[in-house]
Design a protein around this ligand. Structure first.
Ligand code: ZN
Length: 278
């Protein structure tokens, strides 16, 4: 009977390179459904890192074997199995050592959480829960962990090498509250948001930037509000102020509407007058 090498299985399961994989086995869960269990362990050099800071810690003890839910294999649920170590970190005391396949304090692997988070963007929580066979109460915390990581990843250097930015105010809670949003046009993403609007709020954005970061801004787009001009001039005097396309189109559409209404009214008046003559 042909067998699958550990390396091939590791690739199929998309496990990190620094993971050693054991022989998988098929078991039955409490509901008598088949599950696949794959024993794993981190490479020796990756073992014993503090889960809080990633620094090397001294071995403390070993916890009982536990399982992490991974992506399904065929129709069966698949679990990675490992007895995590605890280490003593100089800074954080005794902590559970980090593992390369899952986030701290999660019972799911990175890939599994990624899948649940992606599905949650496209489907209601009940559907995600049914499809992935995860308790619906766990879907929220999974999404939060993925979002936190994304934010930390994208947040680094968010204000570096800004060249062309746009600012706008938007209302929420049915127009009762306002917030100011700054976008990076080049990278197509939101870089800053703050409650309120006006000069003082926009000032807060520039205050967070270093002089170098402010100097790299060459273009500031927005509507025709004077507070944008004033802030732009104060913080980035060399930057060009440009009216953004959205507002120009919106103003032109409004103006066109006015002309159309006036023309329609005029035509109607003439029509009525003609009828009256008859
Ligand atoms: Zn630590």
């Amino acid at each position: 009977m042909p067998t699958l090498s550990a390396g091939a299985l590791k690739r199929m399961l998309h496990l990190p390179a620094d993971v050693v994989i054991g022989t998988p086995r098929v078991e039955r869960d409490r509901a008598d459904r088949e599950i696949v269990v794959v024993p794993v362990r981190p490479y020796a050099r990756g073992m014993g890192r503090c889960a809080e800071c990633g620094g090397h810690g001294r071995p403390y003890d070993r916890l009982p074997t536990r399982r992490w839910r991974h992506l399904d294999i065929g129709c069966a649920r698949l679990f990675l199995e490992y007895a995590p170590r605890r280490v003593t970190c100089a800074e954080h005391g005794v902590t559970v050592a980090m593992v390369p396949w899952a986030r701290r304090r999660s019972a799911y692997t990175y890939d599994f959480e990624q899948q649940v988070a992606w599905l949650s963007v496209h489907a209601p929580r009940s559907a995600v829960s049914a499809l992935t066979r995860v308790d619906w109460k766990s879907v929220g915390p999974i999404c939060r962990r993925v979002a936190d990581d994304l934010r930390a990843e994208q947040g680094a250097g968010l204000f570096d090498r800004l060249r062309s930015i746009g600012v706008d105010e938007t209302s929420y809670r049915k127009g009762h509250k306002y917030m100011t949003v700054v976008v990076d046009h080049d990278r197509g993403r939101v870089v800053w948001m703050h409650q309120g609007h006006g000069e003082k709020v926009f000032d807060l954005f520039f205050q967070q930037l270093t002089p170098d970061q402010r100097a790299s801004i060459q273009v500031i787009t927005g509507d025709g509000a004077r507070w944008i001009d004033e802030c732009a001039f104060r913080w980035c005097p060399m930057a060009e102020r440009i009216l953004d396309g959205f507002h120009i189109v919106s103003w032109a559409t409004d103006a066109l509407d006015k002309v159309r209404t006036a023309a329609w009214r005029e035509a109607r008046k003439q029509g009525v007058a003609k009828k009256g003559k008859k």
